[in-house]
Structures are given as C-alpha cells and as structure tokens.
Design a protein around this ligand. Structure first.
Ligand SMILES: *Cc1c(COP(=O)(O)O)cnc(C)c1O
Length: 417
C-alpha cells in the first residue's frame, strides 16, 4: 500500500498500525480508502462519544471556525467559561474550578503539579514538602514524563528512566495493601475508578471508600482520572458515581470523550477549604502557576460544550446503561467457552478472552488476534491488555448497531481456525 510506505518513510513508528486507512465517518460507521465500511466500536478510543461527524457537533465547529478559532488565555473567551460552567453545574455538581488542556496526559500533569503544590502548602512535620503520589498497578495515565511516571505499567516506562520521583504503585482493589501504604511524604492518591487501558477493571465500592477514608485521615488529595470513563460513558456523567456516589474527590481529569473528536482535556480542583483560614484547594493553582497556549481555545470549547449538552439533554448515560444490559444478556446467552467474562460499566466494556480458545501466532496476543479477525469482518474494536478486547461504541449507538456488532463477534468466535 502506497499509504503505509509513506507512514514507514515519514512517520515515527511508535504505533503498530492496523492495515486500514480511514477516510470518512458517519455515526457508528467508518469508511476506508477502498470504500469499504466498518462498524466502529473503537471510536478513536472512546473519543467520538456522539459518533463520527454528529450534525450538532459539526455545525458547532463550522460556526466557531467562521467566528473565532483561537485567541490564547491572555483574554477571556466566553465559550471557555461557559464550558467550565456546564461541567461544574451539570456534570461534577460540586464547587470547583477547571483548567483546560489539550490531552489526558496533560490534564494528569496538571493534577500532579497541584498535588506537589499542596505538598508544599501542607508539609511534613519537619517542614519539608510532601511529594509522594500513590497510583495503581495496571493503571494508565498518559505518555508525558509526569503521566508516564504515574502509570503503573513497566512496558510504558521501558528505557525512559529515570522516572519522576515520588510515585508508588499499589495493587488495585487490594484493601490490605492500602493499610500500610501511607508514609509521611505521601500527599495524594490518584486512580481510574474504572481502569481502561489496563484491561477494564472496576474499583470496588469498599476500595474507593477506604481510599477516601485514608485521604481524609492523612490529609491526602484524592484524584480520579476520568479521562476514558467520564462524561456518560459509564452511565453517570462521572464514573466514580457509578461506584461510590458518596465520595467527593479533590481533583478530576478528563479528555477523550469530552470533545467528541477535537483535542481537549481538562482538570478540575475542588473549592473545598484546605486550612483554618478557608483557603480553597483550587486557589493553590494561582496566577502564573500553570498554562497552555492552545488549552481551551474557542474552537475546541465550542465542540466540547455541544458534546456535553447533547449527552445531558439526550440522557445518553442512561442509554449507555441500556445498551450495556443488551450486550451482557446477549453474550451470556451464547455460553461460549472463548469468553471468560464481561467487565466494565456502561459502554466501557472489556470482553475477557480465554486464551486457550483463541489460536494465536507467536509474538501476538489473544486480544490482538481478535482485533485483526474482527477488522477483517468489518468490526473495529481496540484491545485492552493481552487478554481482553474493548467495546467502545458511541454513546448514542442504536440497538440494531449493537446487535450487528455482536453477531460479527459471535460469527468470528465460532469460526476461529
Ligand atoms: C487515554 C488515557 C489517558 C491519556 O490521554 P491522552 O489524551 O492520550 O494523553 C490518561 N488516562 C486514561 C485513563 C486514559 O484512558
């Protein structure tokens, strides 16, 4: 293919790309350069929450592109404040402040910086700053130096050491390990309420409650990385509320689905008071402490505001839960030995495979083997770790599209060579 030669010659080979050159998308469908169409349950990795080229988003982008694309954060573009208000009033529903970035990794870097600053404001007994953040094994927080250092996966960090100082990775959902984990220098705990890239693993209610309790007890910040799970994908607008709605986090990060395809991320800090003088946590990130030239420019904010309003007004979180039930019921009824379990919530679902039933070539994994087979049959899905594939359809996917995808999956599993 002429196309892949150009990639080989001119683009860094950081991705092992699948043999597909997308040219056009509409709703849950994607077309390649030969005119073949695919059912897209990858959606740019949970990014296009409303499907490809949703008319409301396309028209918001067009209109904003004709009005004002970019102006920098030296000024006060109204649409950024409107987006921040939409997030606070209708999605987080807690008092706090937002900072807009261009990606999830950058959003997490913002949380890491906030934790470090908090560690200076609330130091150890000897006056030295607290600098250690606890994160979890199999987590994924992104690829910048900060986010990579927070990520509890060796393969992400390989040959990029030394990592940033001040991260320790605990086993996920392990209450016993939490008990002894807090040290004098610990300042924050960050986790995905539902781990995505690491294989789709949900934090238990007891685990989240214990983390929240320890954070209160030891004056630690509690951060949720909702980059993949947030804004309706798991049912509630915020994924942690599907597990433990009683928890009020100190910080949250987002990206992926919030922009429907435009590059935007954000982190949020609570307005809660951190001392006896009523100092708001959000105020520790003051003038000059952080910045981004592009972050939250009018173009991406117009798209994101439209996406979040559509998710809310069409109640797509509830629809995601209905589609989850349909998917689970169908797969359970198959009683196929190839499938070990279905994990996740809403439309962030992982189908865990039984490796012995998936004939896999040397050097590949059961999950990548399935990704290739499904692509050949016209269904796009991403892997999640070595043994699971993910289903990440748009939040407005129809029951017919779900049924079509599941019939491709069934057909593929029952006809494996
Ligand atoms: C994708 C992802 C990130 C990184 O986001 P980028 O936009 O790729 O930088 C961080 N955290 C989680 C949970 C993710 O799924």
């Amino acid at each position: 293919m002429e196309m892949s030669r150009k990639f080989d010659n001119h683009v860094l080979a950081t991705y092992k790309r699948l043999p597909l050159a997308p040219v056009r998308g509409e709703g849950a469908r994607l077309w390649d350069d030969s005119g073949r169409s695919y059912l897209d349950f990858c959606m740019g990795i949970a990014v296009c929450s409303l499907g490809h080229c949703h008319p409301r988003v396309t028209s918001a982008i067009k209109q904003q592109a004709e009005t004002l694309v970019h102006c920098s954060n030296l000024y006060q573009p109204a649409i950024q404040a409107e987006l921040a208000e939409e997030i606070n009033l209708h999605h987080v529903c807690l008092p706090g402040k937002n900072f807009f970035s261009n990606s999830g990794a950058e959003a997490n870097d913002g949380l890491i910086k906030s934790a470090r600053r908090f560690g200076h404001r609330r130091p150890m007994a000897d006056g030295s700053p607290r600098t250690e953040m606890l994160t979890f094994q199999q987590s994924f927080h992104g690829r910048t130096l900060g986010a990579m250092s927070a990520t509890g996966q060796k393969k992400i960090q390989e040959e990029f050491d030394p990592m940033l100082l001040g991260f320790r990775y605990l086993p996920f959902n392990d209450l016993t390990a939490l008990e002894t984990a807090i040290r004098p220098e610990t300042v924050a705990i960050m986790l995905e309420p539902i781990q995505g890239e690491g294989g789709v693993h949900i934090a238990t209610h007891a685990f989240l409650l214990e983390i929240a309790r320890l954070c209160k007890k030891h004056d630690l910040l509690l951060f949720f990385d909702e980059v993949q799970a947030g804004f309706g994908r798991c049912g509630d607008s915020m994924a942690w509320r599907m597990i433990a709605p009683e928890i009020e986090p100190d910080g949250i990060s987002w990206a992926k689905g919030m922009g429907g395809g435009v590059p935007i991320g954000a982190f949020w800090l609570s307005d809660r008071s951190i001392d006896d003088h009523g100092t708001a946590l959000s105020s520790i990130m003051n003038h000059g402490s952080h910045g981004s030239t592009y972050g939250g420019n009018p173009l991406v904010c117009a798209a994101s505001l439209t996406v979040l309003r559509e998710i809310r007004e069409s109640n797509l979180g509830a629809h995601a839960l209905a589609m989850e039930a349909r998917i689970r019921q169908t797969i359970e009824a198959w009683k196929l030995p190839h499938i070990r379990e279905v994990r996740g919530k809403g439309l962030l679902l992982g189908i865990a495979l039984n490796a012995e039933f998936i004939p896999t070539q040397e050097g590949s994994t059961p999950s990548m083997t399935m990704v290739h087979h499904l692509l050949t049959k016209g269904l796009l899905v991403p892997a999640a770790g070595a043994d699971a594939i993910r289903l990440l359809p748009p939040l407005n996917v129809t029951a017919e599209e779900v049924d079509e995808a599941l019939s491709i999956l069934l057909d593929t599993l029952t006809n494996l060579a």
